[in-house]
Structure formats: C-alpha cells, structure tokens
Design a protein around this ligand. Structure first.
Ligand SMILES: *Cc1c(COP(=O)(O)O)cnc(C)c1O
Length: 338
C-alpha cells in the first residue's frame, strides 16, 4: 500500500529512533527536561522568537494561542476552511468562548484587503476583533503558499489595529522551502507561530508554539489547564529536535514527487482538474457524477491510499516515507479509467 492519505502517517526512521532512545529526560512540568528545553530553544531561535512551548499536537498549540490572545466574546478573523475553525472540534468557542469572522478568501488564503474590511469598528454592537490567523501552507487550499508581501501587509494591519497575528504553520517549512524566505525574517511578522513536527518533518508526536517570553509564559499556564503538561517528554521531543535538524532539507523532494503525482492524476479521465501543486499536497477535482468515497475505495483496491477531501475532491500528500519507486508504483497502477 502506498499511503498518501496525509504527511502525518510517517514512522520514525531508525536514526530518529536511536536519537530518541538516547534522549536525556526529566520532569518537564518542573522545567527539568533538557531535551524539551533544547527543542523549545532551538525552534524559537529558528524563527527569531524569544521562547517556545512543546505541545502534544497542532490543535493544542493553536487552541492555546487563541486562549492567550482572546477573551470570551472576542472575534478571530480566519479563512472559512481554516484548520482552527473546521478541524478543531469547535475549540475556538468551546475552549475560549471566542467568535469567528469567516472569510471566503482565494485558494485557502485570505487577503489584506478582505481582512481590513472585516475588522469591526469600535462600536458596542460588535464583537471586539482581536486576532487574525492564517495558514501557510493552506491545507484546504491544496498546500498553497502565501506571498510574503501579503503576510507583511496583514502584519502591518494587525499592528495598526492592535490585533494579534497568529500563524498556523503546520506546514510552514514546506512554505519556506518554496519562497526561500529566511525564517527569522518571516517569523518577525507574527505574534505567535504554531509549527507541526509530526507532519512533513516526520516526528512521531508534537508541535511547537513560539512567541515572546511573556506570551509563552501565559501559554505554559494554559497548556497545564488543558491537561497538556507532560513529564519525561524528552523521549518524544527528541524526535521533534531530530526532525528540525535533519528533515527540513529534504522537503524539496516531497514537492518534486507531489508534482509527479499531479501529472499522474491529471491523466485520469475521471479527474476534472488538479489544483496546481506548490508543495506536498495534491488535490484533484472529480468530474461530475464521480463519488469521492467510491473513487478512494477504487484507488485502495490498486494499492493507493488517499482521502476524500469534500466537495468532490480527493487529496494525496507526499512525505518522508514516500520514495521515487512509490511514485513509480502509483504511475503504473493509477486507473486512468474507472
Ligand atoms: C494537521 C494540522 C494542524 C494540527 O493538527 P494536529 O493533528 O492536531 O497536530 C493544524 N493546522 C493545519 C493546517 C493542519 O494541517
């Protein structure tokens, strides 16, 4: 089976596992785990941030950031298909009592103009606009990357209007691989950054939340309240540290292979179009009359695993455990006709 369902399905390599087994550990709630401390320091330094916080998942880092930035009733501006809204179980409301202003955007991205129009005036009728959150790359957009100039403009607007600017950077290193922007220059634009270690970077568990020392101090308290304080977490944090130090460099291979899959998918007579691939996500629009559940099942029968992506679309994602020969297998077995 060639597993293209998500870049979360990766298994740690032998080198990563060896590194994890050798990790020095301690009680992280006491601040005593040297490996967790090193991962937090290392991740923060990569983006020029003062501090970091190691968490169990990207949902947790996003939800903690929202909780620190917002008070109940405040409003968050984000894309209508953003992970924080669509895939975190209603956590914005449930955990933080915050409201959302959902923007239609373009290909998963929201524009500076659109954001500016949706900031509420200082009027008692409206929720207080408090925060803007963007995804780079955008998952539902098909792994597309923001123009850095747009990020700078959004950041400018946030500063002027006193809004917090959060990055859901689940796949931020895929974005930076394409734009080649220095992560420190990039990181400066955001008040908080969430980075997944367990997606394309290939670590088994965890995400990092990055920001100022003051922000991370508050975030650490919220993590505890959310039940996310871990003890000898260095064993899993080591996987994250290994991933940051060794697996960023290879993301371009995932992108090259995703472009191959784009071409393969486009040959099928049941595919209407494929969203132009920018990173490691390949999204195909099915022709009218094809059911995504049935298509996913048919692909499974020939050894190719992918997921239905809603609205008559299927998604494939390349990652650490997909090789050139796996792509070759897909090419040879992909049904051009169903
Ligand atoms: C995967 C993902 C997350 C975090 O997901 P977890 O499974 O909780 O780690 C957040 N945002 C985006 C865009 C994602 O793709």
């Amino acid at each position: 089976m060639i597993d293209l369902r998500s870049d979360t399905v990766t298994k740690p390599t032998k080198e990563m596992l060896d590194f994890m087994m050798r990790a020095e550990v301690g009680d992280d709630v006491f601040g005593d785990d040297p490996t967790v401390n090193e991962l937090e320091r290392y991740g923060a330094a990569l983006f020029g941030k003062e501090a970091g916080l190691y968490c169990s998942s990207g949902t947790q880092t996003n939800q903690i950031a929202i909780n620190v930035h917002c008070r109940p009733g405040d409003e968050i501006i984000c894309h209508e298909e953003s992970h924080i809204y669509r895939y975190e179980g209603g956590g914005i409301m449930r955990n933080s009592g915050a409201s959302v202003r959902l923007l239609r955007g373009n290909g998963g991205r929201i524009s500076p103009n659109e954001i500016e129009f949706n900031i509420n005036p200082d009027d008692q009728h409206y929720p207080v606009t408090r925060m803007v959150s963007i995804e780079d790359t955008s998952n539902r957009g098909g792994g597309v990357v923001y123009d850095f100039s747009d990020i700078q403009k959004i950041s400018q607007i946030c500063k002027q209007k006193n809004l917090s600017f959060h990055l859901d950077g689940a796949r931020v290193f895929n974005a930076l691989e394409v734009t080649k922007i220095d992560p420190i220059v990039y990181g400066k634009e955001f008040d908080s950054i969430s980075v997944c270690l367990s997606k394309s970077l290939g670590a088994p568990v965890g995400s990092l939340l990055l920001g100022t020392s003051d922000f991370i101090k508050k975030a650490r308290r919220v993590r505890k309240v959310f039940g996310g304080g871990m003890r000898q977490a260095g064993i899993i944090a080591a996987g994250g540290l290994y991933a940051l130090q060794n697996n960023i460099i290879r993301l371009k291979e995932d992108h090259r292979r995703a472009k191959e899959l784009e071409k393969i998918m486009a040959t099928a007579d049941w595919v209407e179009s494929v969203i132009p691939v920018e990173t490691n996500i390949v999204v195909g629009n099915l022709k009218f009359g094809y059911n995504e559940i049935e298509v996913v099942e048919k692909l499974k029968q020939v050894g190719i695993l992918c997921v239905g992506f809603g609205n008559g679309r299927i998604r494939m994602v390349t990652h650490l455990n997909i090789s050139d020969s796996d792509v070759e297998f897909v090419k040879l077995n992909f049904p051009t006709h169903l």
